[in-house]
Design a protein around this ligand. Sequence first.
Ligand code: 5GP
Ligand code: ZN
Length: 114
Amino acid sequence: MSNDCLFCRIAAGEIPSEIVAEGEGWLAFRDIQPQAPVHLLVIPREHVESAAELDSVPALGGELLQAVARVATQEGLHDEGFRVVTNVGERAGQSVMHLHFHVLGGRRMHWPPG
Ligand code: 5GP
Ligand code: ZN
């Protein structure tokens, strides 16, 4: 756990968040600035900087994607569809340097994302 990492502090319960689901190695909570009617963040409990590091963390990527599928179903998005996004690095729009998958749904999505 890193004291100066916002999502480590959310995972530790030090900063309040609206948690919608959690598992042994992950939790899912609502984004504070939602970009769609449903906007969740799925994060590992352990500090991993971004998806670029997943190659060196055995099994975590699979566990997190399974969590994404679970929370999407729980939020009623299974049939209507949803988008999963993870920004990697500042240049790609990552503002919190703790791995997170955005799960967005409840509206039509557009492509390319820009
Ligand atoms: P990124 O820009 O790194 O891809 O995504 C970070 C996300 O974290 C943003 O969508 C932002 O709204 C969200 N966020 C930033 N601070 C907080 C917070 O304190 N609580 C919650 N629930 N979400 C946050
Ligand atoms: Zn962290």
